[in-house]
Design a protein around this ligand. Structure first.
Ligand code: FMN
Length: 225
């Protein structure tokens, strides 16, 4: 295919793709003062929904040292009243970005529930002990993978990666696979949490909680859709 044919073959008009969101609504009367209660409620429903495979998959957006935004999916590993935990390679592109800009954004889209949650917050590394605790729960293969992959670096080939894994398999033969020091958990402490519930006629419900840094109280506001 020449360049011109290729340009004609690629593309879709998606302007007629739309659906009406009608399943639920969200109002002020149904929430407590702490947004983590609502997050817990929504997460439990998403997690138990047969139509959602990975309720804990979330998009993490960071800003690079040069100021370029980048989003990618990571898995939520835990949440507490303090915030949201995910595990990654501290030397990866996202790790370097967080080093430069601690402000990050997490977002969940639970399609089957017509719900979105957007969290703005500050990311910090957890203690090595907390990261060790999580690493120990991972299957041996994925622990070896953490050693074998310098996440986000350019590699010459797939064979190179497989050879790396083989070499770490040999290195750790008969031994416990400890956590690489450059892999670990981050905690995102939220300052803003927005809950979005799809509604008919694009008149969606949006409730935003913003943390007051002095009083640690959450302010609740409704946003226009
Ligand atoms: C469903 C899903 C789950 C993922 N979970 C993680 C994760 O928990 N941690 C992680 O570092 N990367 C995870 N990834 C891979 C990331 O999206 C990304 O490719 C990787 O972290 C490198 O990103 P970076 O180069 O921007 O740092 C996941 C990808 C998908 C699609």
């Amino acid at each position: 295919m020449d360049k011109k044919q290729n340009e004609q073959a690629v593309g879709e008009d998606l302007s007629m793709e739309r659906r009406s969101y009608e399943k639920y609504h969200l109002d002020e009367a149904s929430v407590t003062d702490n947004p983590m209660d609502l997050f817990q409620g929504w997460y439990n429903i998403a997690h138990s929904s047969a139509d959602i495979e990975e309720a804990n998959a979330m998009t993490l957006c960071t800003i690079s040292p040069e100021g370029t935004p980048r989003g990618r999916v990571v898995l939520l590993k835990r949440f507490t009243w303090e915030g949201f935990y995910f595990y990654t390679n501290y030397n990866s592109t996202k790790g370097k970005s967080i080093e430069a800009h601690h402000d990050v954004c997490l977002s969940f889209f639970w399609d089957a529930l017509e719900r979105q949650v957007i969290i703005e917050g500050v990311a910090e590394k957890t203690t090595p002990e907390a990261s060790d605790g999580y690493f120990a729960t991972r299957p041996r293969g994925s622990r070896l993978g953490a050693w074998a992959s310098a996440q986000s670096s350019v590699v010459p080939s797939r064979d190179f990666l497989d050879a790396q894994l083989d070499s770490y398999e040999k290195k750790f033969e008969g031994k416990d696979v400890t956590r690489p020091p450059h892999c670990g958990m981050y905690l995102v402490r939220p300052r803003v949490i927005e809950f979005w519930q799809g509604r008919p006629n694009r008149m969606h419900d949006r409730l935003r909680f913003t943390l007051n840094k002095e009083t640690f109280e959450w302010k609740l506001e409704r946003l226009a859709p």
